[in-house]
Design a protein around this ligand. Structure first.
Ligand code: ABU
Length: 378
């Protein structure tokens, strides 16, 4: 097949003009079967602990309608949109080390794919149910590889995910812990993953040109952060952690909006003070996000109401926001951003908001230094 000059992989940050993106699909997404990393327990919605199965097809249909509409909005603004190829997520998967009764889905490409410059890196993932999720993106990555001679296609080492990768019965023990014990766990960042092997989800990384900021979360361990540091020797890598009981993915906690402006979750206090120091020292403003539309987690969702912060920048002045997040939209408006409201409330149960539902392929621009005044040791 001849090279297609229109396909170029390039994206260094979260805000430069977006020209090419992957938007996920909700098809046949599962409430995962229990596994060492996670056990769903949603008795009020038909999935008590130990059970698993497909999310109701009527929910798929509504979510896909909103995802398709989002794709059309992006296309109407000149953005090329590609979509993944879903698998049969209800199938049992196995490796020589384990078997897992179900997979998950492919709504959130941001969790799996990290774009840094001309590279797209497939994350390790840390749930067994998500071990094979990269396969949904392989048709696209193969296509980009054929069409863009400079595309660096990388995959992080697939983790073994044996029992040694996880603290045993972590979540059951968590439920029995006193508030003081939980507080200690949060301060020590003792999450379900051990340091047996590198694990990370791509959505735990926020990109700002020469600087990558990585969230030490329940799906990204210190070894994963170390692997990323060695893998990107030309970038400066900074670790972030926040006061949060269920830390998963940075994009509802701390978000770079444009050079000089970041959005912070007012309920999740940074535990690494160097993060705010670094931003302030370089003249960045950190704004506390507005109150979300919802009070709690949406039904059958592992994502918090702070998906209100889970937005997609189309360029430094234009932001896509979930249309139900009226207060957040008002705040962005006051910050001088053009807000594009996107109906997205029906997508959250499938793994996230507008940022989760996308993965960058091409944004204009090059690798710039937005933090020339560094903090030694951070
Ligand atoms: N996957 C993004 C969800 C993060 C959160 O709800 O905090």
């Amino acid at each position: 097949m001849p090279a297609n000059p229109q396909t170029v992989v390039n994206s260094w940050n979260e805000w430069n003009p977006l020209k090419h993106v992957i938007v996920g699909r909700a098809d046949a997404t599962m409430v995962q079967a229990p596994e060492p990393a996670i056990e769903r327990n949603w008795p009020d919605h038909g999935f008590p602990r130990g059970t698993y199965g497909r999310l109701p097809p009527a929910m798929d249909a509504k979510a896909n309608e909103q995802l398709d509409n989002f794709a059309r909005i992006l296309e109407s603004r000149g953005v090329r949109v590609d979509r993944p190829t879903p698998l049969d997520f209800s199938q049992e998967v196995r490796t020589p080390d384990w078997k897992q009764a179900s997979m998950f889905g492919c709504m959130p490409p941001r969790d799996v794919l990290l774009t840094v410059g001309n590279e797209i890196l497939e994350a390790t993932m840390s749930y067994r149910s998500r071990w094979y999720e990269y396969l949904c993106y392989r048709p696209l990555l193969e296509q980009y590889f054929r069409e863009d001679p400079n595309f660096r296609w990388e995959a992080a080492p697939k983790p073994r995910l044996t029992e040694r990768t996880y603290r045993k019965d972590y979540w059951r023990k968590w439920e029995k812990m006193t508030p003081a014990e939980k507080e200690q766990a949060i301060y020590h960042q003792d999450w379900v993953l051990t340091e047996e092997e590198p694990c990370f989800d791509a959505a735990d990384i926020a990109r700002a040109g020469k600087d990558l900021f990585v969230y030490h979360s329940s799906v990204t361990n210190r070894a994963g952060i170390d692997w990323l540091r060695r893998h990107f020797p030309h970038q400066r890598l900074h670790v972030m952690s926040f006061y949060e009981t269920n830390p998963i993915h940075i994009d509802a906690t701390f978000v770079f909006l444009r050079p000089g402006l970041a959005l912070s979750n007012p309920k999740r206090v940074p535990l690494v003070p160097e993060l705010t120091d670094l931003l302030k020292r370089n003249g960045w403003e950190i704004v506390q996000a507005a109150q979300p539309a919802l009070d709690g987690y949406p039904p059958l969702s592992f994502c918090s109401p702070w998906l209100s912060m889970n937005t997609l920048m189309l360029d430094p002045k234009t932001i896509c926001v979930d249309a139900q997040e009226v207060r957040q939209m008002e705040q962005f408006d006051q910050l001088g951003l053009e807000v594009v409201p996107v109906p997205f409330a029906d997508v959250s149960a499938f793994g996230g908001g507008l940022h989760c539902a996308t993965a960058d392929v091409y944004r204009e621009g090059t690798c710039e230094d937005y933090f020339p005044k560094q903090i030694e040791g951070y």
